[in-house]
Design a protein around this ligand. Sequence first.
Ligand SMILES: Cc1cc2nc3c(=O)[nH]c(=O)nc-3n(C[C@H](O)[C@H](O)[C@H](O)COP(=O)(O)OP(=O)(O)OC[C@H]3O[C@@H](n4cnc5c(N)ncnc54)[C@H](O)[C@@H]3O)c2cc1C
Length: 112
Amino acid sequence: MIQEKLARMAMFIEAARSLIYRAAYYIDDYLKFKIDPRAMGALAGAAKVYGTEVANYVVDEAIQIHGGYGYFEEFDVERYWRDHRVTRIYEGTNEINLLTITDALRRGVWKP
Ligand SMILES: Cc1cc2nc3c(=O)[nH]c(=O)nc-3n(C[C@H](O)[C@H](O)[C@H](O)COP(=O)(O)OP(=O)(O)OC[C@H]3O[C@@H](n4cnc5c(N)ncnc54)[C@H](O)[C@@H]3O)c2cc1C
């Protein structure tokens, strides 16, 4: 069971990192007006939402693996839980970022 958890955690972290790098890759095009600002916003929003949801999943699983110790302040994973939680709220809540993505899809300016 622990092996499967670790494999999924690693897999999702790599997927999130890839999406973040992809969004970063397009920033040059955005600055040269080669990409619609709404498409850039959607891609950046997707990276933000996915990255923070992966952080939520991974930290939660890390606590589960540690069992009761994961809940104690003495262990780093407890701190990671509190620190990561705000990332779905600030810099644009995930709900609003998802609306940004839908807006770009609806306008046809972003075709994943
Ligand atoms: C630790 C921390 C640091 C911060 N640092 C900064 C900073 O440095 N600079 C800065 O400017 N701000 C900062 N903020 C503020 C942060 O950007 C806001 O908390 C965030 O934008 C959410 O706004 P709100 O708290 O008013 O929630 P609200 O806008 O009241 O939203 C409450 C909930 O409703 C949802 N919601 C709202 N509208 C919709 C909608 N139309 N459709 C669907 N769901 C919706 C939201 O997603 C959220 O889940 C910080 C916040 C925290 C907690």
